[in-house]
Design a protein around this ligand. Sequence first.
Ligand SMILES: Nc1nc2c([nH]c(=O)n2[C@H]2C[C@H](O)[C@@H](COP(=O)(O)OP(=O)(O)OP(=O)(O)O)O2)c(=O)[nH]1
Length: 128
Amino acid sequence: MKAINVVGAVIQNEQGEILCALRSSTMSMPNLWEFPGGKIKEGEAPEEALVREIQEELGCRLQVGELVANIVHEYPTIKVRLLTYHAKIIEGEPKALEHAELRWVSKDHLTSIEWAPADLPTVARVVE
Ligand SMILES: Nc1nc2c([nH]c(=O)n2[C@H]2C[C@H](O)[C@@H](COP(=O)(O)OP(=O)(O)OP(=O)(O)O)O2)c(=O)[nH]1
């Protein structure tokens, strides 16, 4: 089975809401919510990959903080190692340059949206 390494950002605003990103109908794993981010390139540090992906996807500059979760999830056709990090936007406003939608969701409502399955351990940790 193909295995990929992926990073995701847990971005919180001043109201304590978390930035959630909806995968579009044309992406793999369509119409599921995820933490913005993407695949780590060969030779790239996870934090470096996250800064690059957020610039590409949301058009803003990110400061990466502590690791939230390090999860391996086996989907039917792909094995994903997902590293999620607390992160802060230090420049710019997030825009859905690649996603169908971006939404700030309160921790109370975080478990009510339909997440990519690999994200559930991170969601659980964020709301606890
Ligand atoms: N970015 C991101 N990807 C996630 C999360 N959870 C999760 O299972 N994934 C999966 C979806 C994708 O298969 C992969 C991330 O790759 P990507 O964001 O570059 O996705 P992509 O649409 O470019 O992938 P592809 O169609 O080119 O294969 O990891 C998450 O929270 N954030």
